[in-house]
Write a protein that binds this ligand. Structure first.
Ligand code: F6P
Length: 547
């Protein structure tokens, strides 16, 4: 069954939120804390190894209740059951959205067009497991009989960002295999990677859901050509495998059937790391760790599916974005992990969040008329504190931020970890409380203050009242990472439901691709055309003249 189409701005709760906003907008977080001694208790969710503190957000119990009323009015419950049941909720592409089935237990039953997809999910998982074990143990040898030492994932977008982020995030758990990622069609990218590689000991994993993506196919073709300069054609089957839904095109590329890891069209590219797209993850950290990642995600699925909305981490988190985006007119949100391991996390989320919810047409095909997807960005703390935090603290823009931290560090250096985490706590405290004029004055030694000091006073005041959510997790592990990623996946889903948009298509990336095809022909020919606007025409002419 299709998702309902309910314009959120026509609901009763939206109207109530609008007038409630008028009473909240000028309130300082410090006053909200003073007004409710139970605020932390009321606005913190403890679940498994997650402690999620929403209390430093510009909400009250009433705001949360109204936001939940909104979720009820747009029938989020009905949407969640359609999402998990395999209904065609990606209506514009006529597909179910079932990345959750990829991490469901073997006993689960998820029907797509009347067929249970779980047995096939487990067949592919068994194939990933066997292949991983063979490569990691050295049983799978290259053409010249040497064990594999390097894995190169060739893919882009969801066929790159998910595996690349997870492999980087879980590097502590990595085995001896070196993992590389080639994504950009920029020839310098693949050349930089292959120049240090020995084809005899390298395995190339071509990942493309459609197997039509220009970047991936160009890289795969160029890398195969390089490979064939050094090894014969028969060597390809030992060194190239592929992950795709498009089996015929993979075979036409020259990859043997047994080297194909299939995926299904009900897995969206940006949600596909749990499928065979995660082959590079499994190879890099071992199959058991890959399985733990899936298990963590499944636990978050269960939490999301069954918890009351007021205790539901992805639901609250999504509703907060709606609150800031549609009532405070906030444009962007930051995600700041306090671990270097998650340095690719925001980049990964950019595709998930912005490709999913960057839509201006609602589920009835009408222009929304209200704001949808936010801009997402971030870098790990403490590095980001020395880069863009000035603007978050004292700039003119309101930027809600998620602070992700861990109780334990992986290498166990407590001295460093406590320094790191003191910053994690201090930043959210500073963002909330700011620094008043009286506080700045009280820190100055000379009283009364000099004229010079008094001139500097306004620059040293921090208004505070900057919202943050603290996600404090016990330890970075495959399982907790699985939970964290799934938390954001469900957040994306909830936002899409509330905004009444289709989160699982991506028509917005097509236009540029189409135009690039025409321009490529021009770049490769002698003649210039004048089919472009004047600016583009002159840019192309200048490029060709200088080339
Ligand atoms: O960026 C557009 C997109 O279609 C993404 O959604 C997808 O993850 C990426 O291209 C790669 O597509 P494919 O896996 O089919 O090569």
């Amino acid at each position: 069954m299709a998702l309902k189409s309910i314009n959120p701005t026509t609901t009763e709760s939206w109207k109530k939120l609008q007038s409630h906003f008028e009473t909240i907008k000028a309130k300082h977080l410090k006053d909200l804390f003073d007004a409710n001694p139970d605020r932390v208790k009321d606005l913190t969710v403890k679940w498994e190894d997650f402690y999620v503190d929403f209390s430093k957000n510009r909400i009250t119990d009433e705001t949360l209740a109204l936001l939940i009323e909104l979720a009820n009015e747009v029938d989020l419950k009905d949407a969640i059951s359609k999402y998990f049941n395999g209904d065609i909720i990606n209506a514009t592409e006529g597909r179910a959205v079932l990345h959750t089935a990829l991490r469901a237990p073997e006993t689960a039953k998820v029907l797509v067009n009347g067929d249970n997809v779980i047995p096939e999910v487990f067949e592919v998982k068994a194939k990933i497991k066997k292949f991983t074990e063979d490569v990691v143990s050295g049983e799978h040898k290259g053409y010249t009989g040497k064990a594999i030492t390097d894995i190169v994932n060739i893919g882009i977008g969801g066929s790159d960002l998910g595996p690349a982020m997870v492999v980087d995030s879980l590097q502590y758990y990595k085995n001896h295999l070196n993992t590389h990622f080639v994504s950009n069609v920029d020839g310098d990218h693949y050349n930089e990677i292959i120049r240090s590689l020995n084809p005899e000991t390298t395995l190339f994993v071509i990942v493309s859901k459609t197997f039509t993506t220009q970047e991936t196919l160009s890289n795969a073709n160029s890398i195969r050509a390089w490979f064939l300069e050094l090894l014969p054609q028969e060597a390809v089957s030992k060194h190239f495998v592929a992950v795709s839904t498009n089996i015929d095109s993979v075979k036409a590329f020259g990859i043997d059937e047994e080297n194909i890891f299939p995926m299904k069209d009900w897995v969206g590219g940006r949600f596909s790391l749990w499928s065979a797209v995660g082959l590079s993850i499994s190879l890099a950290v071992g199959y058991n760790n890959f399985e733990s990642l899936l298990h963590g995600a499944h636990k978050m699925d269960e939490h999301f599916k069954h918890s009351d909305f007021k205790e539901n981490i992805p639901v609250i988190s999504a509703l907060l974005t709606v609150w800031y985006n549609n009532f405070f007119n906030v444009e962007s949100e930051a995600v700041i992990p306090y671990t270097q391991y998650l340095s690719q996390f925001a980049t990964y989320l950019q595709q998930g969040i912005m490709e999913s919810n960057g839509k201006y047409v609602d589920r009835s095909g009408k222009v929304t008329g209200y704001q949808t997807g936010t801009v997402i960005w971030g870098e790990p703390g403490t590095n980001s504190q020395h880069a863009f935090f000035q603007l978050i603290h004292q700039g003119t823009k309101l930027i809600p931020a998620d602070f992700i931290g861990f109780v334990e560090s992986l290498h166990g250096n407590k001295d460093h970890h406590n320094k790191l985490m003191s910053n994690y706590f201090a930043q959210t405290e500073a963002l909330m409380n700011g620094k008043t004029e009286a506080e700045v004055l009280s820190e100055l030694e000379n009283q009364p203050i000099s004229e010079e000091e008094s001139k500097l006073l306004p620059f040293k005041i921090f208004q505070g009242n900057k919202p943050t959510t603290s996600v404090l997790i016990e330890r970075l592990s495959p399982e907790s990472l699985g939970k964290l990623i799934a938390m954001y996946e469900h957040k994306i889903f909830v936002q899409g439901i509330v905004w009444n948009i289709y989160s699982y298509d991506q028509f917005g990336v097509e236009l540029g691709k189409q135009l690039a095809k025409t321009i490529l022909k021009e770049l490769n020919s002698e003649t210039n055309t004048t089919l472009h606007d004047a600016s583009t025409e002159h840019l192309i002419a200048h490029f060709k003249e200088k080339q």
